[in-house]
Structure formats: structure tokens, C-alpha cells
Design a protein around this ligand. Structure first.
Ligand code: 5AD
Ligand code: SF4
Length: 438
């Protein structure tokens, strides 16, 4: 009988892509995907631990499948990803979640297939979390699920140790993939018809630093942008301390590079940036923004911000608020600071009360919403490139490279997906309404 799998993914794009690798391994063992958890023979929780809320959600969801395991004792429940990699979690799953059969971490994701084969043969539970990273494993099956966009890892891990962040502890040190491997993966994705290729790394701007042979992110971008084919290259995430003039210039001048720059500032106060160990000042950040705005046509800048970091005063917060108002971001991901076990910030005194964090994040997001509304209005009359993705009764649905949806009324005949220039005419319930330019 056909066996089925269900993967529940938490957290960022990195995890979304890693779930594509988990799915690839399951497919290679002849499992098929099901969208109904209750029908699954294998349920995988690919977890995130960046904030406490994410962890509580994961634990709640894993707890809830206990009843499915009761109904179907052959069900295999597996837990992997960042949370499984945290100190003490393996033991927690062993002791408190006996319905979980396989636990593995971020460094041994590629072993999942072996674990599954072994478990099916022996029915012995497996708890295997590697302490640290090993060589990059290029030999992974992949089942891509993201339509016209394909994710490509360019590096793993992070060396920055921002004082609030657990990522360096659960994903290890920075390791770049060889440029040849990236280029050949991207080439084959282009030939398969993917229109967007999104390069993934915790800090893409430090790509190649570990090779010490002059390889860097700008070179990688130039190489990829000069491949043949009809595609665009996106990338995330950029760290302000490592974003070079050469990268900005490359983004500005290469037509196949996306103009979306996600540049997390985290705080607009130099005092807080220092406590966060971010290694740049607000002045430096503003210089980068100025260069991007001056050089990159149709730029779209977004950011991450943490409010309520220890010691953050109303004055510090207002510096962040004013920075958001000045930069006029196209998107703000605002987070309330969440203490993470083992990080430096967790031990700082003067933690900010929850009500204040709530109030600050709401104030910030209200401002951002207002800015985005104004920016959408300013798009009216502009010509923009979009990816036309699907047909409707009276036209097409498309997206800008920043993800905004576009509705186009047209009786043109198009082979989809395809890039087209459109003129934005109006806005209808947050969707841009446009017409083809040619
Ligand atoms: N608390 C709140 N937000 C955090 N982030 C990272 N660690 C924490 C934390 N402990 C945010 C940062 C980062 C984004 C991915 O998540 O803004 O850029
Ligand atoms: Fe975390 Fe900072 Fe690394 Fe980003 S750069 S993953 S915030 S430590």
C-alpha cells in the first residue's frame, strides 16, 4: 500500500528549503506527500527556536500528534531542525514525548533517509544530534515545492554571535558552498524553467570569506547574473556590516538581479546596536541606504527590527521609530525580543517588561503599515517588471519581485510564466491593478 508523509515546517526560508530536502529523501523511499496529517505514515516536524513563541508552538503541535500515534501505532514521528539542535532538547523529547521515534539536528539533516531505513528495520528509536558541523554534503535528494521560485543554499551557519541570537549555536560556523556547485545547481534550475532563484544564507554578504582566495558575494552574483536564460536572482539575508559597495553596484547594474534588499537593522540606537554586538553604527547603516537609493533602480528595502532588547529605553525605541520613518521601508518584520537560553543577552539585567514590548511593536508596525500604504499609492503610474504566473477569467495574476500581487486585465495570449513590464493603474484591496506595456 502507498505510504504517505506530512512535513510541518516552522520558521524561515532556510527551513522551508530544508523541508524540500527532507521531502526528497522521503520520495526516494517511495513515500508520497499527503496534505492531511491524519493520513500520514511519517510526520516530520522541522522546527525553529529563534523565539520562545515558535518553540511553544512546536511543542504544542508535537504533543497533539500523540493521539494520532495512539490510533496508528505504526506512525513514525520525527523531529529535526534548530530546536532539536538546542542543548537538552534531545533529552526532553526522549523523556517527555515518547511518541517521537526519530530526533536529529541541523548538522545531520542529510542522514534522515538512513535513520528512516534503520527505524523501519529495527523499530529502535533514534536520537542522533551532532554536536558540530561537518563538511557540506552535496549529495542530497530534493523535492522542490515552491512554484516558480527555487531556493539555493550558498552558505550555512553564522559567525556573528549577535547577543540575542541562538542561530550560531544551532547552525554552527559559516561554511560557503563551492562556487562551481552553486553555479551548476543554478544552471540546471534555469533549464528546468525556474524564474526566480533565491540564494540563501544567514549572512550572504560574507559568502566566500572562508575560502580566503578572493571569492566573494559580488563575484558570485556577477557570475550567476551572466548565465543564459530568462530568470532573476534573489538573495537573503544581508548583514549591514558586510554589504560592500561592490555588491550594491552589482545589484544596481545587473538586470537579472532582484532589486529587493533585505537589510536587517535591528535597532536605530547605537547604544543598543553595541549591546547587540551588531558591529555597525546607525550612521554606517544610513550611508548604505543612501547608496542603495541613489544607485539601485526600483529598489525595495525591507528590514528586521527587535523591540524591547534589554536596556532599551523609550528614547532608544524612538530612534528606531524615527529611522523607520526616515528610510521608509517597503517591509518591516518587527519582533519582540525573546530571551534565548545560552545567549549573552539572556543574562543582561534590565529586561524590558512584556507590556512595553507589545506596545512598542504595535507602534512600529502601525507606522510601517502607513508607510507601505503611501508607497503603494506612489506606484500608481509607474512601469514595473513582474512575473506573470497564472491566468484568470479576464486576464492574469502576476507578482513584482518584492512579492506584491498584481492583477492584469488582458485578452493577450501568453505562455506562462513570463516576465513582462506593466503599468500600475490603481490599487484594489492591497492588490496592484495594472496593464501590459506591450
Ligand atoms: N528575539 C526576537 N527576535 C529575534 N531575532 C533573532 N533572534 C531573536 C530573539 N532572540 C530576529 C532578528 C532576526 C530575525 C530572523 O529574527 O530580527 O533578523
Ligand atoms: Fe543571528 Fe546575527 Fe547571525 Fe543573523 S547575523 S543569524 S541575527 S547571529
Amino acid at each position: 500500500m502507498q505510504k504517505h508523509y506530512y512535513i510541518k515546517t516552522y520558521g524561515c526560508q532556510m527551513n522551508v528549503h530544508e523541508s524540500e530536502k527532507l521531502a526528497g529523501m522521503l520520495k526516494s523511499l517511495n513515500y508520497e506527500e499527503t496534505t492531511n496529517m491524519a493520513d500520514a505514515d511519517v510526520i516530520v516536524f522541522n522546527t525553529c527556536c529563534i523565539r520562545d513563541a515558535a518553540e511553544q508552538k512546536v511543542l504544542g503541535n508535537i504533543g497533539a500528534v500523540k493521539k494520532l500515534k495512539k490510533q496508528n501505532p505504526n506512525l513514525i514521528v520525527a523531529v529535526c531542525g534548530c530546536m532539536a539542535q538546542e542543548d537538552g532538547r534531545k533529552e526532553l523529547f526522549k523523556e517527555k514525548y515518547p511518541h517521537v521515534s526519530i530526533v536529529f539536528g541541523t548538522h545531520n539533516l542529510h542522514m534522515f533517509k538512513d535513520y528512516l531505513i534503520k527505524f523501519n528495520a529495527t523499530k529502535q528509536k533514534i536520537y542522533d544530534v551532532w554536536e558540530s558541523e561537518k563538511e557540506i554534503n552535496e549529495d542530497v535528494d530534493m523535492y522542490r515545492t515552491s512554484n516558480n521560485n527555487a531556493w539555493v543554499n550558498i552558505m550555512y551557519g553564522c559567525n556573528n554571535f549577535c547577543t540575542y541570537c541562538i542561530v550560531p549555536y544551532v547552525r554552527g560556523r559559516e561554511r560557503s558552498r563551492a562556487m562551481n556547485d552553486i553555479v551548476s545547481e543554478v544552471k540546471s534550475l534555469i533549464s528546468e524553467g525556474y524564474k526566480y532563484i533565491t540564494l540563501l544564507g544567514q549572512n550572504v554578504n560574507s559568502y566566500g570569506n572562508d575560502f580566503k582566495d578572493g571569492t566573494n558575494f559580488a563575484k558570485l552574483l556577477k557570475t550567476l547574473a551572466n548565465l543564459d536564460g530568462d530568470f532573476r536572482i534573489k538573495f537573503m539575508t544581508s548583514h549591514p556590516k558586510d554589504l560592500t559597495d561592490e555588491v550594491i553596484n552589482t545589484i544596481a547594474t545587473e538586470p537579472k538581479l532582484s532589486k529587493v534588499i533585505h537589510l536587517p537593522v535591528q535597532s536605530g540606537s547605537n547604544r543598543i546596536l553595541k549591546l547587540m554586538n551588531r558591529n555597525y553604527t546607525v550612521e554606517h547603516y544610513k550611508t548604505l541606504i543612501k547608496k542603495i537609493k541613489e544607485q539601485v533602480p526600483n529598489y525595495f528595502i525591507s528590514t528586521d527590527i527587535i523591540v524591547g532588547f534589554p536596556h532599551e529605553t523609550e528614547e532608544d525605541f524612538m530612534a528606531t521609530y524615527n529611522l523607520v520613518n526616515e528610510v521608509k521601508y517597503g517591509g518591516v518584520f518587527g519582533f519582540m525580543y525573546s530571551p534565548r537560553t545560552g545567549t549573552i543577552a539572556e543574562k543582561m539585567d534590565e529586561q524590558v517588561p512584556q507590556e512595553i514590548k507589545n506596545e512598542r511593536v504595535n507602534r512600529l508596525l502601525a507606522l510601517s503599515k502607513q508607510i507601505i500604504k503611501e508607497q503603494n499609492q506612489q506606484l500608481i503610474g509607474k512601469t514595473m517588471e513582474c512575473l506573470v504566473e497564472s491566468k484568470t477569467d479576464d486576464g492574469y495574476l502576476a507578482t513584482l519581485d518584492n512579492g506584491k500581487n498584481v492583477i492584469i486585465t488582458s485578452n493577450k495570449n501568453l505562455t506562462l510564466p513570463t516576465f513582462k513590464n506593466v503599468k500600475i493603474n490603481s490599487i484594489n484591496r492591497n492588490k496592484l491593478v495594472a496593464e501590459f506595456c506591450d
